[in-house]
Design a protein. Structure first.
Length: 271
């Protein structure tokens, strides 16, 4: 595993002329557009990187974009790997480990999620305060690689408090109202039943999605500071009397992507 991470990192580093990235961005469904704003970009297709898995979902590009955004050196994943695609947790989180190897210390993860909190509306942006792992798996299962992090990582501040404050301040600067809440990670690919959504609400969830949790676990293992933002693309099943579709998810993220981009850029300015 360690050699694979190093070989991936080495390949990526060889493509770079400028400085190495210190901030990682994982861009979820419909939000990959932000990577197009990166200046002096070096774009590397996942298929060219040794040991990298490949992306298969519509709406997800499979490439790294490395360059400058708001004066910060960033590496963006345009498209991520989902557990429901059939990748195991080690593959889903491999890019985070490569980012760490590249020198990334802060990770900003984004996703589309269904709103469980009834006060939310589709199109809201939610700063992730904490998560609940409902995936029934964990990327750190297996022999611990001590070079990468501890056997039993602390998750009491899985989402960095200072980064949350900074994100709230950035939203306030933009006069943008944002939500804050707990993200529940389910495996998918099915959306939830109405009863499951009720359960997740009882458990303390505010939004539910099919990503993010594995990457955030590995980022914490690696000692990175994490900030998460969800785009509430729909209300979760059973909250409104209507079926869910991936088209709705894409449509809503399309509508709010300019706002989302603005927020992330404002956050990056102060990171
Ligand atoms: N449930 C799970 N994942 C999602 C949803 C949802 O309602 N919306 C976007 N991703």
């Amino acid at each position: 595993m360690l050699e694979k991470i190093q070989e991936s990192e080495q390949y990526i580093s060889e493509q770079l002329q400028g400085p190495k990235p210190t901030i990682g961005l994982i861009l979820g469904s419909g939000l990959g557009i932000l990577a197009e704003e990166i200046e002096n970009p070096v774009t590397i297709s996942y298929s060219d990187i040794p040991h990298f898995p490949q992306s298969t979902v519509a709406g997800h590009k499979g490439q790294l974009v490395i360059g400058e955004l708001e004066g910060k050196n960033v590496v963006a994943m345009q498209g991520r790997f989902h557990y429901y695609e059939g990748y195991d947790m080690h593959h889903v989180t491999f890019p985070v480990r490569v980012m760490k190897q590249l020198g990334v210390e802060q990770l900003l993860v984004t996703n589309a999620a269904g709103g469980i909190n009834e006060s939310f509306d589709p199109g809201d942006l939610m700063i992730i305060q904490d998560h609940i792992n409902q995936m029934g798996d964990n990327p750190l299962i297996g022999k611990n690689i001590n070079e990468l992090g501890p056997r039993f990582p602390d998750m009491s501040e899985a989402y960095d408090r200072d980064l949350i404050k900074l994100a709230e301040a950035a939203a306030a600067d933009l006069n943008m109202s944002v939500r804050k809440g707990v993200y529940v990670g389910n495996t998918g690919p099915t959306y939830e039943t109405g009863s499951e959504v009720k359960m997740l609400r009882t458990l303390g969830g505010d939004a539910v999605g099919m990503s993010t949790v594995p990457e955030v676990i590995v980022a914490n293992h690696a000692g990175m500071d994490v900030l998460g933002i969800s785009c509430i693309s729909n209300m979760a099943a059973g909250i409104l009397d209507q079926p869910l579709s991936h088209d709705e998810v894409i449509e809503t993220t399309e509508k709010v992507k300019q706002q989302f981009i603005q927020l992330v850029k404002q956050i990056l300015q102060t990171m």
